[in-house]
Design a protein around this ligand. Structure first.
Ligand code: ATP
Length: 621
């Protein structure tokens, strides 16, 4: 399946049927999706499937005259195929030596084995390419979406769509290809059957259609079960994800049992739903088997007693019908499997559509464009307004204006919820203001420049994200090309070099899941080193030290102070240690700037927000 075409494929336009129902339109829409750019490969896969099935059919057919000859109809054991009288055509009687017939049988079996093998390899590659394309497309949609959209979704649901749902999409595609193969085979068998007896074929088709229509409730049940699977598995993902992300908290609160119970209940529900569904679908299979046996009896009776077909014609007709009947059953099974897995397809498409709708403008992120930013001048924020929710009473920040001296340190202070992190996100170009502007290097930061600007910004927050990998790998996340010298330089600037040097394997030390093998302060210093490795023009520290002890805070504060003159720094903090070295201070409250000025001036005013904060008070009134 062409990667490029999949990457360009628009989200599915058709709306899915409501839970518990399915329509041919849904299956057709899915077929169009699977076929997008993969027509030739799918046609080849179906051809192999058909060839494998036909060679098997012919080898079974050939067994009849061979067995007949073995029964001793002649001393030479010659294999005789009698002539068959078809409407307007009589096949010639054929006679082969037994050796030739056996060699033909052997060749057919070898061909079947070969086709089966090639078919399996080809199908596996085809389905893997398909599912990889779907997964990559969703993954890229997620990665290219605006930051704001993540606040509206559960990460466990996104993980579920990317993993569990997409496996089911692969299942649906697999059964769709099998369904197409059955369609081709059915047409071939029906053609042979039509040549033998038109009325008998029509009877058989009518019986097949009646059975297929009768089994509709089972297909509806499969569709309903498909929705149930989606809901159940989503619950399972949520519980596991919440538990793993908050494992420490869960353990500290002795809440493990709560999670065990929740997961156990969900798994029991999944098991019971599956058992109910399997019970029901086996009823469909049993009904079908009985119905096909009855149909075969009717066919034999009608063929011999009413249409007076010859024994040879009746035997061939019966053989053909015995190959048609399982194909009808397969059709039922495959359609059931497809409609059961379609909800997963609709779910992944819905997730993708949501992220695509929030896609960040591609901008012009080329290296040249990025390199042109050089904030020698101050960064200006003019009359900035931003709201997360249009229906909220007031925006998160409103009419915010301030400036940050180039290569100086600016502190942003204010009570919890006043809008400090929102301003940081706006400065990073992660979210766009509803009105107002941010000017960097004299240029307004519009949508087309946001990605390029982010190459010049580094951000350190209270929640440090570290990979379960070496220190070097964690640092290279920020600068993949960085050499060891640059890494040590960044570690020194972040005052992290001494403790990394003490580690047995130095930069190659694996730091555990999310850095679990380091202390809070060490994690924070690695995060700062990583940010510095980017050689940013703007460094934003958002409560970067609020979760660590005062000694570590002091170490980090010293390293930040030493960075003055190298880059523009915005420090968002509640604690005096991370503010006292600032050149400039901006205090905000309820999303508005309430105080702004030089640190030395504001700190002398006993009534300023800054003085109250430095004195250890909360800045809120
Ligand atoms: N993703 C979001 N969706 C909706 N509202 C949000 C979102 N993030 C923040 N808010 C709201 O916006 C306002 C400002 O939040 P923000 O995180 O900027 O405050 P803050 O000053 O950084 O707070 P803190 O010091 O506690 O980190 C708050 O009222 C908050 O509830």
């Amino acid at each position: 399946m062409g990667k490029a075409a999949l990457a360009e494929a628009p989200p599915l336009a058709t709306e899915s049927s409501p839970p518990g129902t399915y329509s041919v339109r849904d299956i057709a829409a899915f077929a169009r999706f699977v076929l997008a750019d993969g027509r030739r490969r799918i046609a080849i896969a179906i051809a192999f499937l058909v060839l494998a099935s036909l060679t098997e059919g012919f080898s079974i057919l050939l067994l009849i005259p061979i067995l007949h000859s073995a029964a001793g109809s002649g001393a030479d054991f010659a294999v005789r195929i009698p002539s068959i009288h078809l409407p307007g055509w009589t096949t010639p009687a054929l006679e082969f030596p037994l050796g030739v017939a056996l060699a033909a049988l052997l060749l057919l079996v070898i061909a079947q084995a070969g086709f089966n093998r090639v078919k399996s390899v080809y199908m596996a590659a085809l389905l893997d390419d398909f599912v990889n394309g779907v997964r990559m497309r969703l993954f890229e949609s997620i990665g290219r979406a605006r930051w704001g959209v993540f606040g509206t979704m559960r990460s466990a649901d996104v993980e579920h769509a990317l993993n569990s749902d997409i496996e089911r999409v692969q299942g649906a595609a697999y059964y769709l290809i099998l369904l197409a193969q059955v369609g081709v085979l059915l047409s071939a068998y029906l053609l042979i059957s039509l040549l033998i007896s038109v009325p008998m074929t029509l009877v058989a088709m009518a019986v097949g259609c009646v059975i297929f229509v009768t089994l509709r409730p089972f297909r509806r049940r499969a569709a309903l079960h498909g929705h149930t699977i989606t809901t159940n598995r989503k619950d399972q993902f949520r519980i596991v994800s919440e538990f793993l992300h908050g494992l420490k908290l869960a353990k500290s609160m002795n809440a493990e049992e709560l999670y065990f119970d929740r997961l156990r209940n969900t798994l029991t529900r999944i098991r019971n739903d599956n058992a109910r569904y399997v019970g029901l679908s086996t009823v469909a299979t049993a009904l079908f088997q009985i119905a096909s046996a009855v149909s075969v009896c009717i066919v034999v009776y009608v063929a011999l007693m009413i249409y007076r077909l010859s024994l040879a014609e009746t035997v061939v007709l019966l053989l053909v019908f015995m190959r048609i009947a399982p194909r009808f059953m397969e059709t039922q099974t495959y359609v059931q499997q497809i409609v059961m897995n379609l909800p997963a397809f609709h779910a992944t498409e819905a997730v993708r559509a949501k992220f695509d709708a929030a896609r960040e403008p591609a901008g012009r992120p080329g290296v040249d464009e990025a390199a042109r930013f050089d904030p020698k001048k101050e960064i200006k924020v003019r009359d900035l307004t931003f709201g997360y929710d249009a229906s909220a009473r007031r925006p998160a920040i409103e009419g915010v204006t301030f400036s940050m001296p180039a290569n100086g340190i600016t502190a942003l202070i204010g009570p919890s919820g006043s809008g400090k992190s929102t301003i940081a996100d706006l400065l990073m170009g992660l979210i766009e203001p509803a009105s107002g502007a941010i000017e960097i290097d004299g240029r307004p930061l519009d949508q087309s420049l946001m990605r390029a600007w982010r190459a010049h910004v580094a951000y350190v927050s209270q929640d440090v994200f570290l990979l379960h990998d070496t220190i070097a790998a964690n640092l290279r996340l920020a600068a993949p090309e960085a050499g060891e010298d640059e890494m040590w330089e960044a570690l020194r600037l972040a005052m992290a070099a001494p403790f990394v040097e003490r580690l047995d394997k130095g930069l190659q030390t694996v730091i555990g899941d999310r850095g679990a093998r380091l202390s809070g302060g060490e994690r924070q210093r690695i995060a700062l080193a990583r940010a510095l490795l980017r050689k940013p023009a703007l460094l934003i520290l958002d409560e970067a030290t609020s979760a660590i002890d005062w000694q570590n805070q002091t170490v980090i504060a010293q390293s930040i102070k030493a960075l003055r003159g190298r880059m523009t720094i915005l420090t968002i903090a509640h604690r005096p240690s991370m503010i006292s070295f600032a050149d400039r201070v901006i205090a905000i409250e309820n999303g508005r700037v309430v105080e702004s000025g030089r640190f030395d001036k504001l700190s002398k005013d006993p009534h300023s927000q800054l003085s109250r904060l430095l004195a250890g008070e909360q800045a809120s009134t």
